[in-house]
Ligand binder design. Structure first.
Ligand code: CP3
Length: 351
């Protein structure tokens, strides 16, 4: 066969949209994926959960990977996040974790007194959560190269909050009591968690994660000054090693005044919740970083016209600038109709 003339050779395939957006490179359209895209709002997910308890699902890599792969195909999103949770990392550190039916996570032996911090173990052996790396490998192996796999971990503050409260909390009173009242024990605990998160993210990258996201879901309960003093050095340490290897997404909710400090702690992409307009947030973060967000998840419970209008407003605020990843401002809520999620994705992909 004669060689194909150079002019007819196919162009090299472009890198996935998400990876280009993370690096602020131009894209044909913003990539979209959704936090909690595989969750209870999806009938297919509920069918799996009817047969398997949540933690067993997380610890069965073939099944966990299948759940996310099926979700990516069902929704047509531009990225997969591994199916797992923030909290299994805490088990080998000595916390007794349970996902009680209908209650969310419970830790039966929370850290309450300063002395309790001594019983929290340093996570030296990442193989203790090796099942998560198996989920990364199985998810990567099961998807087309155009769909990047995102690994993730909780940020030190959010994980410390669960360790101390023993579950989700509104005001994080025990957490703040330890933080303000026993500063050295607080920094000990945060240091142990930050080193564990750092090793965990690097292990996920070694297993094939192409981006990692750090969730500081509850840190918005702090003021900027307190974030700087009690949290920032630990979040910076948690992210730094991963950031040498792949793009990182640093996400928090609840307090837009923290945005410049999140940037300082690290993240090629800063996650934005819905409490601030995207253009204002991006200006605060700086246009030399990418941003991800920021539709209020509650909007997905309204009608199609509202969803389309709100999605277009966010796209307009991003203004076609490279470096916008479309997402919600927080995870999809359990009662969200699937067709509304599809409507959103269609709007972002095709206008
Ligand atoms: O689809 C995905 O986004 C991937 C998987 C994923 C889950 N949890 C699965 C899950 C991810 C990325 C998480 C992260 C997570 N876990 C966060 C950060 C994101 C956020 O919402 O801020 C937090 C705070 C947790 C802790 C957690 N896990 C809580 C508070 C709960 C109970 C409340 C709830 O939303 O169900 C969970 C359980 C959980 N994690 C479920 C899923 C699909 C539901 C469990 C079930 O099937 O009953």
């Amino acid at each position: 066969m004669p060689p194909t003339p150079a002019t007819l050779q196919p162009a090299p395939p472009l890198e996935p949209l998400l990876l280009r957006a993370c690096r602020l490179e131009p894209v044909e359209r913003p990539p979209i994926w959704l936090m909690r895209q595989a969750g209870r709002y999806l009938p297919e997910y509920r069918a799996v959960r009817d047969k398997v308890a949540f933690m067993d699902l997380c610890k069965t890599p073939r099944l966990a990977a299948e759940v996310m792969i099926a979700t990516v195909h069902r929704l047509g999103v531009d990225a997969a996040i591994i199916f797992s949770d923030l909290l299994p990392l805490l088990e080998p550190m000595g916390l007794d974790l349970e996902f009680a039916q209908g209650e969310g996570p419970v830790i039966h032996n929370p850290v309450r007194a300063a002395a309790d911090v001594n019983r929290i173990r340093e996570l030296h052996d990442i193989d203790q959560v090796g099942f998560v790396m198996d989920v990364v490998r199985a998810t990567r192996a099961g998807l087309d190269a155009s769909i990047p796999v995102i690994g993730f971990a909780g940020a030190p503050f959010t994980l410390a909050g669960y360790c101390i409260e023993g579950g989700t909390s509104k005001a994080w009173l025990h957490t703040k009591s330890l933080m303000y009242g026993h500063e050295s024990a607080w920094h000990d605990l945060m240091g142990k968690i930050a080193r564990a998160v750092s090793r965990y993210l690097v292990a996920q990258i070694d297993a094939g994660a192409q981006v990692v996201q750090v969730f500081d879901s509850w840190v918005g309960c702090l003021s900027p000054d307190d974030y700087r003093r009690y949290v920032l050095p630990h979040s910076r340490l948690a992210i730094a090693e991963a950031a040498k290897r792949v793009p990182t997404i640093h996400f928090a909710t609840g307090n837009p005044a923290l945005l410049p400090l999140l940037r300082e702690a690290g993240g090629s992409v800063i996650g934005i919740d819905w409490r601030i307009d995207l253009d204002v947030a991006w200006a605060m973060v700086g246009h030399d970083r990418a941003v991800q967000g920021n539709l209020d998840p509650v909007i997905l419970l309204s009608d199609r016209d509202t969803i389309r209008r709100q999605a277009r407003e966010i796209l307009a605020k991003a203004g076609g600038r490279p470096g916008h990843i479309f997402n919600l401002g927080h995870g999809i809520l359990p009662h969200t109709p699937v067709e509304n999620v599809l409507e959103l994705i269609e709007t972002v992909k095709h206008g």
